[in-house]
Design a protein around this ligand. Structure first.
Ligand code: 5GP
Ligand code: ZN
Length: 117
């Protein structure tokens, strides 16, 4: 069922503590942890504790938790003392999504090109 933990989902396993992660922030509804393959000096993933396949599904089902996620992305940037940063939601395999549990990438600590390519 939408929102329920999925046995085969990597990020549900991180939420449950079954797979280790370097957690930098946690709230009642979200977890933020270091990306295992960082693309910038700061690369933190912010995820909802509930399982939805992507940000659009999360936003449709859980607007309040979506707001929590966006606020936490800003809190991560503040905690990491980033003046400039980027929040990315890769959505769909053609855009690079590989984990099917909604997540924000918070990237910073280096110059970020625009357009991203
Ligand atoms: P996506 O490609 O779906 O937008 O982002 C998934 C992210 O999860 C990637 O940046 C990838 O490096 C990260 N990732 C994949 N497996 C793990 C893991 O086991 N632990 C952590 N901390 N990050 C992971
Ligand atoms: Zn999940």
């Amino acid at each position: 069922m939408a929102g329920e933990p999925q046995d085969d989902c990597l990020f549900c396993k991180i939420v449950a503590g079954h797979i280790p992660a370097t957690i930098v922030r946690e709230t009642d509804t979200t977890v933020a942890f270091q990306d295992i393959n960082p693309q910038a000096p700061t690369h933190v993933l912010v995820i909802p504790k509930v399982h939805h396949r992507d940000i659009a599904a999360l936003a449709a089902a859980e607007p309040a938790i979506t707001a929590d996620l966006l606020r936490e992305a800003g809190e991560v940037a503040a905690q990491e003392k980033l003046e400039s940063y980027r929040v990315v939601f890769n959505t769909g395999s053609g855009a690079g999504q590989t984990v099917w549990h909604a997540h924000a990438h918070v990237l910073g600590g280096r110059g970020l090109q625009w357009p991203p390519g």
